[in-house]
Design a protein around this ligand. Structure first.
Ligand SMILES: Cc1cc2nc3c(=O)[nH]c(=O)nc-3n(C[C@H](O)[C@H](O)[C@H](O)COP(=O)(O)OP(=O)(O)OC[C@H]3O[C@@H](n4cnc5c(N)ncnc54)[C@H](O)[C@@H]3O)c2cc1C
Length: 448
């Protein structure tokens, strides 16, 4: 079948989550004609589900994240979409950076527009056209039917690594011993919560982050973790939760309006059509059970309203085998690399694939480790980079590297490198990594 070509771009980025959006902005700002393909109707991916991007500061207090990831927060602070980085005294992280996911969607849109990125929404990339080890383009599917977009350089930021997969790149999934992956979750948004009652009665043993919102006259909860062990013996808790003393992460976007990270479904491979569909159905139905449970038992929630259930969040799927595989030892040891493209200050946050509790493992040294450029380059392809949670990393390593601030930095590096490679011979491995690092530092990224 001869397909209509939608255009030829220096850089095509597939996936408009945080990694892909930052990749596209960086590529365009560095002079590349750039297209961004997103299967949904907005940008942000999992960041648009209501979560806060963690660990701009490492637990040692060292600033880990700069560049476009920091620019996003600066812009949101100006528009009232974020309170900036708030010190989380006594918490499991040094700072918390609350953001309003609706404002995030808007700000990301402004960033790509200003950079001159051509965005194609509701467009799914569903095949690749290869010329030996080069991806010539992607075949996309939209309301306009199947079309092709040609690319000099390709960045796969689809989370699951769909492009690299279709190109035949080698990957791994899950734990070494049994292939099991971290559980998937569907965030829910509830309004009209009496958060002061909740923190007084449920979160008493946990650090609670309080802050004054613009225009407010008092500090109110912004972030806290509640433990639900008191209700372990209820029929409802037994039906919903896979662990005892379940943790409920409460992200108070607005006053008394919370995104709850509480649901969890184990044993799901998001790249299996059957698993994914089953999990989407199960998690949607689970929402009602959780809603009824919190209303009935959890102090402060008795009058709450369910005002949103997002889409299924996937913590882990394909990890592509690149020129370097980032390992948990590198993370625990706080290792830096000659080809560092960013730092990460988020501890390993393992949600037990078998459904047990969440375990945090700290980063050693100065509290940060580096991500090497080589981990963005799947073996065997000259013009393909991956960014975000599908990079070359071990199962345990991904429990840290998947954090949103890190994904944004990887995106910025991949986009900058792609623009550089597009202006020479279209091979990521032929650019000067020192030059790439200089450009990233000039753009505010922190590499050491
Ligand atoms: C439940 C959950 C809670 C989390 N909590 C936090 C937290 O509190 N703080 C934190 O920092 N991190 C958190 N994380 C981790 C973090 O959110 C993700 O790892 C990170 O956002 C991944 O970013 P990404 O850009 O790689 O992928 P995604 O955000 O998944 O974005 C991928 C994008 O690609 C699009 N796409 C996919 N396939 C195609 C295709 N074939 N064609 C076109 N478009 C496609 C998708 O629609 C999506 O927009 C959480 C993750 C989950 C799942």
């Amino acid at each position: 079948m001869l397909l209509k070509t939608l255009g030829k771009y220096d850089v095509v980025v597939c996936g408009g989550g945080v990694a892909g959006t930052m990749a596209a902005v960086a590529a365009a700002r560095n002079g590349a004609r750039t297209a961004l393909l997103e299967k949904g109707p907005f940008l942000g991916g999992v960041l648009a589900m209501g979560y806060f991007p963690h660990s701009y500061y490492a637990n040692t207090g060292k600033k880990a994240i700069g560049g476009l990831a920091q620019e996003l927060i600066d812009r949101l602070v100006k528009t009232g979409g974020s309170l900036g980085h708030l010190r989380y005294e006594g918490g499991h992280l040094y700072t918390i950076t609350p953001v309003d996911s609706e404002m995030v969607k808007i700000e990301l849109m402004k960033m790509v527009r200003e950079a001159g990125v051509q965005v194609f929404f509701e467009t799914i990339a569903n095949d690749v056209v290869m010329d030996e080890n080069k991806i010539q383009g992607v075949i996309i599917q939209s309301k306009a039917g199947a079309q092709m977009i040609e690319a000099k350089m390709m960045i796969d930021a689809t989370g699951d690594g769909d492009i690299a997969y279709m190109a035949g790149a080698a990957f791994e999934k899950g734990r070494e011993e049994d292939g099991k992956m971290q559980p998937v979750s569907l965030a829910m948004r509830v309004s009209n919560v009496d958060t002061l009652e909740t923190i007084a009665k449920v979160a008493s043993d946990q650090a609670v982050l309080m802050a004054k919102r613009p225009g407010a006259d008092r500090d109110m909860p912004v972030y806290f973790v509640a433990r639900l062990g008191k209700w372990d013996d209820t029929e409802e808790a037994k039906e919903i939760f896979t662990d005892k003393n379940h943790q409920m992460f409460c992200l108070c976007t607005l006053e008394n309006d919370i995104y709850l990270n509480i649901s969890r479904i184990v044993g799901v491979d998001s790249t299996s059509l059957k698993d994914n569909s089953q999990a989407l159905a199960d998690s949607r139905l689970q929402l009602e059970k959780i809603y009824n449970f919190i209303k009935k038992y959890v102090p402060g929630f008795s009058k709450c309203n369910l005002i949103g259930g997002t889409f299924l969040g996937v913590r882990e799927s394909r990890r592509f085998l690149g020129d370097y595989i980032l390992k948990e030892e590198d993370i625990i040891g706080g290792k830096k690399f000659e080809d560092n493209i960013c730092l990460v200050g988020y501890p390993m946050d393992m949600h037990d694939p078998d459904g047990g509790n969440v375990v945090f493992t700290p980063i050693g040294g100065d509290g940060t480790y580096g991500i090497p450029f080589r981990s963005l380059l799947p073996k065997g392809f000259s013009n393909l980079a991956v960014a975000g949670r599908c990079i070359s990393v071990t199962h345990k390593g991904l429990a840290s590297a998947r954090t949103m601030s890190a994904c944004m930095c990887m995106g910025q590096a991949a986009g900058t490198a792609a623009a550089m490679a597009a202006s020479i011979n279209g091979d990521f491995r032929n650019i000067s990594v020192t030059e790439l690092q200089k450009k990233l530092e000039k753009a505010g990224a922190i590499l050491n």
